[in-house]
Design a protein around this ligand. Structure first.
Ligand code: PLP
Length: 365
């Protein structure tokens, strides 16, 4: 096989790009505690599964392209969020929405501000557009003083932040987001609300009065549909019109639309799993604190757990079929593991295993 001439074909910024390294999911199943990727631990609503079964049974439909505008889904989302359907654009996961935003609005050397530590895909997309990235850090990441961000000067085309944030799990009140939008009318504010169902306070309503706000939402967390790949943007129609120019035609598969639509029509199920996750989070925080660990409770579906030797802890847990995410190398997250919360039964098993590893000296605060 002759070698591919990278120098000849790959632009320098692509050659230098360290893309997003998606962790391959470990096989879930009995005996495995899959607490690494912040997916919902509960399966999708039975109504989603029934709708998918029915859609597949009607075998005359999959040979046709799907409804490109995702009309039924946008209508049901509009009712859920109390925004007009024209304020919604659906994509294959909020990751794809991030890509659309970067491609539509950023060109070489555009300055962007990313509130960090945060989900790494923002910076990957900005680098692809050769934007100039400035990172902003709160002095206390787990108890941020939002005034620090409001006081930040400079010119930025986009300001990126996640609410609640991943990986700190901190939620910023809506009045703080409103203050940012008003202070920084010169910038587009991309607000990633992938975990907002766990937090409870969304800023989507601010899109009506603030043309510079783009809110990203996901079906991968509270709606238990990470495998279907569905997310959406909430923004004014003029903003979405630009994004739609970048979106591939028929981007969202018909089965994805069926599943997401059925999920939004069963909010009771989603709210039940969110409540269950909240109870599990409190139990785990109390349990780990009882074992002498420093733990940060969050406003999302995970907790942040400080351990003495994170790599060794991750290994010891994996040997017991418990998978968590090591955030030790992320700035301001030294010694931190991120652990996705599930239900009561998983909580008891998780705490039991931690207790055993602690007794064996394999896990230390
Ligand atoms: C802040 C944040 N945004 C977006 C995503 C991914 O969302 P999606 O699955 O909709 O692409 C994640 C996944 O972990 C996340 O943490």
């Amino acid at each position: 096989m002759s070698a591919f001439p990278t120098d000849k074909w790959v632009p320098p910024h692509m050659a230098a790009l360290d893309g997003y390294h998606a962790v391959e999911p470990v096989a879930s199943g009995p005996g495995v505690l899959k607490m690494d990727l912040n997916e919902c631990q509960a399966p999708p609503s039975p109504r989603v599964l029934a709708a998918l079964r029915a859609a597949v049974a009607e075998d005359a439909t999959l040979n046709w392209y799907p409804n490109s505008a995702c009309t039924a889904l946008r209508r049901s989302l509009g009712r859920y969020l109390n925004v007009p359907a024209e304020f919604l654009l659906v994509a294959n996961g909020s990751n794809m929405a991030m890509e659309l935003i970067a491609r539509a609005f950023l060109t070489k050397d555009d300055p962007v501000l990313i509130v960090t530590p945060v989900y790494a895909v923002f910076s990957v997309q900005c680098k692809l557009q050769q934007a100039r990235i400035e990172s902003f850090q709160f002095s206390k990441p787990f108890a941020p003083d939002f005034q620090e961000l409001l006081a930040k000067g400079g010119t930025h085309k986009i300001i990126y932040l996640a609410n609640p944030n991943n990986p700190t799990g901190v939620g910023y009140p809506r009045d703080r987001i409103r203050a940012l939008l008003e202070k920084r009318r010169d910038a587009l504010v991309v607000l990633d609300e992938a975990y907002v169902e766990y937090y409870g306070e969304s800023s989507v309503g601010l899109t009506e009065t603030h043309p510079n706000l783009l809110v990203l939402r996901s079906f991968s967390k509270a709606f238990s549909l990470a495998g279907m790949r569905c997310g959406y943007v909430v923004a004014q129609p003029a903003v979405l019109d630009i994004l739609a120019r970048v979106l591939a035609p028929w981007a969202v598969s018909s089965l994805t639309q069926v599943a997401a639509h059925a999920a939004v029509e069963d909010l009771e199920y989603m709210r039940k799993t969110v409540a269950e996750c909240g109870r599990a989070r409190h139990q785990v925080v109390d349990g780990l604190k009882g074992l002498g660990f420093v733990v940060h409770n969050t406003q999302a579906n995970f907790i942040i757990w400080q351990v003495h030797e994170p790599a060794r802890a991750v290994q010891a847990l994996a040997a017991r079929n418990v998978y968590v995410s090591n955030k030790d190398s992320v700035p301001q997250m030294k010694g931190c593991l991120r652990v996705t919360m599930g239900n009561g039964e998983q909580t008891q098993r998780f705490l039991g295993i931690v207790q055993e590893l602690r007794a064996e000296g394999l896990l230390e605060p």
